[in-house]
Design a protein around this ligand. Structure first.
Ligand code: SF4
Length: 130
């Protein structure tokens, strides 16, 4: 999206929001492609929170999407009668869907885009790491 004054906003998935300044009528297609490539590289190099300057919200256990998959912030709270497929010892930290950097107590999850889940949590989408 290009705004008056030649400022362009580029959305790169959930990972970043990039602002580019493009002078009208003096920009070649090659320059735009090069700038977008640089922006994409910058976006990939920076964690989403730094690129946006905003920390994503933690997933609320009462969020309908969380409720739908039985998400809890502490795997020790899993109702085993309700979820008999629960594997003892399973939690977000050893789930294939967990993203982000080790060492953070709340990290992104592939099942809940734009939200952070507790590394001690669990849901029915738990998938063992390979
Ligand atoms: Fe945790 Fe995995 Fe469920 Fe995401 S999919 S909330 S990481 S158990």
């Amino acid at each position: 999206m290009v705004f008056p004054g030649g400022f362009a906003v580029v959305f790169l998935g959930d990972s970043a929001l990039v602002f580019l300044h493009i002078r009208r009528m003096k920009v070649t297609r090659r320059e735009i492609v090069r700038n977008l490539s640089l922006a994409a590289g910058l976006s990939a190099a920076l964690p989403w929170d730094r690129a946006r300057g905003v920390q994503p919200a933690r997933l609320d256990v009462k969020d309908p999407a969380a409720v739908a998959v039985g998400y809890v912030e502490n795997a020790g709270q899993v109702d085993i009668k309700k979820y008999p497929a629960y594997v003892k010892g399973s939690n977000c930290e050893n789930c294939l869907q967990l993203q982000g950097s080790a060492g953070n107590n709340y990290r992104p999850c592939g099942i809940f885009p734009g939200k952070l889940v507790s590394v001690s949590g669990w849901c029915t989408a738990w998938t063992p790491e390979m």
